[in-house]
Design a protein around this ligand. Structure first.
Ligand SMILES: Nc1ncnc2c1ncn2[C@@H]1O[C@H](COP(=O)(O)OP(=O)(O)O)[C@@H](O)[C@H]1O
Ligand SMILES: [Mg+2]
Length: 318
């Protein structure tokens, strides 16, 4: 068992209350239509710039090349096989969803991508470079930011200060220089504050910037967590159930923000979400996990028609 295996990396501090099952969805997986979706849809087959849904605006960024290639990833915690021989890729600028019933290995997959878990087998190629035993800080420096399934914020700190922690990996001056508020450190801090204010405006949370996070309703805390991730100016954003436990209105807001981030900054997004309506509406491609194995991969239409996916969802007892 690895060091990481002793602590659940999707549940940092207590505070999260949600866990939605795969059945608490607003959308449904349809019955098989024109046969199974392809096991793997390459980027080229995704139609660039196309509006995914008539309600959604046209995408400003066309999907680019593969930037993350996961090949034959296997991860076990002692006897528990969390991931078995999983391969899929993520293209630049796309919204890539990972779905599957509880315990399918979705959070573990995100933890592999951002270097929290190190798979026993497989290759991870990020922007053309094979990565070995990468630490989460190194992943952050490479532009990968994430939010957690259970909110991981400092509850006693203000919204502003929490978001500021998202820029920690970008600080260049030493702690002493910052403590003395001296020269370049001062200029740097001003730059960080400006960026944080931009994120606050973007996510429309100006009114709560001085409020301690613990006093906020759950939906807003989730938004602050997104803000903290965005403050790191990531090129790839990993979102672990960003809408779980939210009411319909909060979900709509979060959906809009995710699409806005993707469209305005071109941020590549890997999204775990149980709400099938949301997944089908906003993602370009979907990978489906079940009991640690990949059972589907393709466009939303393809996975909706995949008999294995339908079976996993209809047959899931959780
Ligand atoms: N740190 C860990 N230690 C032991 N088992 C773990 C750990 N993380 C995940 N698992 C196990 O791996 C499997 C997949 O979990 P997870 O990735 O959290 O699934 P999902 O996010 O799809 O619900 C589960 O059986 C879970 O109990
Ligand atoms: Mg999870």
């Amino acid at each position: 068992m690895t060091q990481m295996a002793r602590t659940r990396a999707d549940s940092p501090p207590p505070g999260g209350t949600q866990t939605m099952s795969a059945h608490t969805t607003t959308g449904t997986i349809a019955s098989p239509a024109q046969g199974a979706g392809s096991p793997h849809t390459p980027c080229a087959e995704v139609r660039p710039g196309e509006a995914l849904d008539p309600r959604m605006p046209t995408r400003a960024h066309t999907r680019g090349d593969v930037i993350l290639d996961l090949q034959h990833i296997s991860l076990a915690f002692g006897g528990v096989k969390a991931l078995t021989d999983i391969s899929f890729d993520v293209c630049e600028h796309e919204i890539r969803a990972i779905i599957g019933p509880n315990g399918a290995g979705k959070s573990s997959m995100l933890n592999v991508i951002n270097g929290v878990y190190h798979p026993q087998q497989g290759r991870i190629v990020f922007r053309g470079e094979e990565r070995r035993q990468m630490h989460p800080t190194a992943a952050a420096r490479q532009g990968i930011a994430r939010t957690f399934q259970n909110i991981a914020l400092f509850k006693g700190m203000t919204v502003l200060d929490n978001i500021m922690t998202g820029r920690n990996t970008l600080f260049r001056s030493g702690i002493l220089a910052h403590a003395l508020w001296w020269g370049p450190a001062r200029a740097e801090e001003m730059r960080h504050r400006r960026k944080v204010e931009e994120v606050i405006d973007f996510l429309e949370i100006q009114a709560i910037r001085k409020t301690p996070v613990g006093r906020l309703p759950y939906g807003l805390q989730k938004r602050v967590e997104l803000a903290r991730a965005l403050a790191a100016e990531p090129s790839m954003l990993l979102l672990d159930e960003p809408m779980a436990g939210m009411n319909v209105e909060e979900k709509q807001d979060m959906c809009r923000f995710i699409l806005d981030v993707n469209q305005q900054f071109g941020t590549t997004i890997v999204l775990i979400e149980h709400d099938m309506g949301v997944v089908m509406d906003i993602s370009d491609r979907v990978v489906v996990l079940d009991y640690g194995k990949k059972i589907g991969d393709g466009t939303p239409e393809e996975v909706k028609a995949n008999p294995d996916v339908i079976r996993a969802y209809l047959g899931a007892s959780h």
